[in-house]
Design a binder for this molecule. Structure first.
Ligand SMILES: Nc1ncnc2c1ncn2[C@@H]1O[C@H](COP(=O)(O)OP(=O)(O)O)[C@@H](O)[C@H]1O
Ligand SMILES: [Mg+2]
Length: 271
């Protein structure tokens, strides 16, 4: 029997890249033939679907938490091979939702080796429900003191709950002088830095296209860092794709402006 790994992706500060990591790490893990389900547990400000160009769903995690649907009814299949359980985009859908039901609701998730749980920022009730439902946790942070202080706070909570911390993902790293280095972060938090993901414009470009960065450009620096993280989490071998010089020159010479309104047509559905 395969033991399900439920990995909570958490942060103290918002906007540090949790949702981006969930989407891309999910795709990366599935490239190593793992059955992956992504769950949007940030029910008050859900964003996970945007990374996949998904904006409207009939049944969501909200329905599951209200016991109006079972998990499979709220599960959507992406062409990359991963499954997504989104949260509703509409605030009205929060009525009657009990986030404390998260753990029992996902305990018997089917056809999944790894579930990645996208948490709300901070360590309030919403994020705590993710920690309670997780067997392991990854902290995402940017390399600045305020965000790192939140990791220290979060680690205390994680220790109390007895969840296994996998470590820290440093995101949007620019190697500026005023950033904390990996070693400084490790000293301050007493946690290992398991990945350092560079600031990469392709992340925002791929979001605008509604495609995870790894599928948008597998040779982009962020994609390579996340594939490497997935390979290390699984103990698998990964060899980064060769630099595609011509693609890079074309990208540089003819940058494409995505037609945001047409690709986001479905936005109308939840307005
Ligand atoms: N490595 C990166 N390089 C550039 N932009 C990034 C990177 N990671 C995330 N972003 C951008 O930062 C913003 C916040 O990311 P998001 O994943 O939504 O954060 P969170 O879920 O922690 O609130 C998004 O616009 C996303 O595209
Ligand atoms: Mg998010």
């Amino acid at each position: 029997m395969v033991i399900l790994r439920t990995i909570g992706i958490v942060s103290g500060k918002g906007g540090v890249g949790k949702t981006t990591l969930v989407a891309n790490l999910g795709v990366a893990l599935s490239k190593f033939d793992r059955r992956v389900t992504l769950i949007d547990c940030n029910i008050t400000t859900s964003h996970l679907g945007f990374c996949f160009g998904l904006f409207y769903y009939n049944k969501t995690l909200n329905h599951v938490l209200r016991k109006e649907a079972n998990l499979s009814e709220a599960t959507y299949f992406h062409f990359s091979g991963i499954k997504i359980i989104p949260a509703s985009l509409s605030l009205e859908e929060l009525i009657g939702v009990d986030i404390d039901q998260l753990k029992p609701s996902i305990e018997n998730i089917e056809d999944t080796d790894i579930a990645l749980l996208d948490a709300a920022p901070g360590f309030g009730r919403e994020a705590m429900s993710v920690l309670s439902a997780s067997s392991e946790v990854i902290f995402v942070t940017i390399p600045y003191m305020n965000a790192i202080a939140d990791v220290v706070r979060g680690y205390r909570v994680v220790k109390q709950l007895g969840v296994r911390p996998l470590g820290i993902v440093l995101n949007m790293v620019r190697n500026d002088l005023h950033e904390l280095t990996e070693t400084e972060v490790e000293e301050l938090t007493e946690l290992p830095v398991i990945a350092s993901i560079p600031f990469d414009k392709n992340v925002q470009k791929s979001l605008a296209e509604g495609v995870p960065t790894i599928l948008y450009k597998d040779y982009s620096p962020a994609s390579i860092a996340i594939m490497r993280l997935a390979s290390e989490l699984l103990g698998e071998y990964y060899s980064p794709p060769k630099a595609r010089i011509f693609s890079r020159i074309l990208d540089f010479l003819f940058p494409k402006k995505p037609n945001l309104l047409s690709s986001n047509n479905n936005l109308r559905l939840w307005k």
